[in-house]
Design a protein around this ligand. Structure first.
Ligand code: SF4
Length: 209
């Protein structure tokens, strides 16, 4: 598998926010890339690792929660991630996946799949076959136009309010702080949950946290 980094931190956003976890960042994503991508290094910085090497690295870290992220991790489902999933479950790990949903997802019922659909060049880059395979949606909001698009996506795809998190865009602390009030009002008015990005608020744009 092509891996960009493995590290231990707190989950900074979404349903597991604040939870200590180990992170496996898979390399590579699908074009078009998001102009606001804050993990561009994950598009190309890669070390090839076997399943055994990944598991050995994880054993250096405390706890039994692992976040599998990217890049787009599901691009490597058939290249080893499927087997890694089975092994981690066997070892007693709780797994959370982070995906854009740009690619087709497998049906997973023993882990949490969090999808952050991307609206790029006026189009949602989301494979509709993934509806029903995603447990939670995490939308990035940067301006009022993006909030309108998020509402349309939710209604057109009949997504339940309990599955929805909205997150202020922000590759830096200042950018996120500027957007939070708008997202707060939107979530309150529409009955959705809001998630900040704790790692950005805490460390600004530091990598590996
Ligand atoms: S889907 Fe994620 S990893 Fe891929 S380009 Fe967009 S923000 Fe970056």
């Amino acid at each position: 598998m092509n891996i960009t980094e493995i590290f231990h931190s707190l989950q900074g956003e979404g349903p597991l926010i604040g939870l200590p976890a180990s992170f496996i960042r898979f390399t590579g994503c699908l074009e078009p890339y998001c102009p606001w991508c804050d993990t561009r290094y994950a598009l190309h910085e890669s070390t090839e690792m076997t399943l055994g090497q990944i598991v050995d690295e994880l054993k250096n870290y405390p706890g039994k929660t692992v976040v599998i992220t990217g890049g787009e991790p599901f691009l490597q489902w058939d290249a080893g991630l499927s087997e890694l999933h089975t092994e981690l479950i066997r070892m007693g790990y709780a797994i959370q996946y982070e995906t854009s949903g740009k690619t087709g997802l497998p049906m997973i019922d023993d882990a949490v799949v969090v999808c952050s659909p991307k609206f790029i060049d006026s189009t949602w880059r989301f494979d509709p076959s993934n509806l029903g395979k995603v447990h939670y949606y995490k939308f990035l909001a940067g301006n009022h136009e993006s909030l309108t698009g998020i509402l349309s996506f939710i209604h057109e795809n009949a997504i339940a309010a309990g599955q929805v998190y909205v997150m202020p865009i922000g590759m830096t602390r200042d950018e996120q702080l500027r957007t939070m009030e708008m997202v707060f009002d939107f979530c309150r008015d529409n009955g959705y949950r809001m998630t900040p990005r704790l790692h950005i608020l805490t460390f600004d744009n530091r990598r590996g946290v």
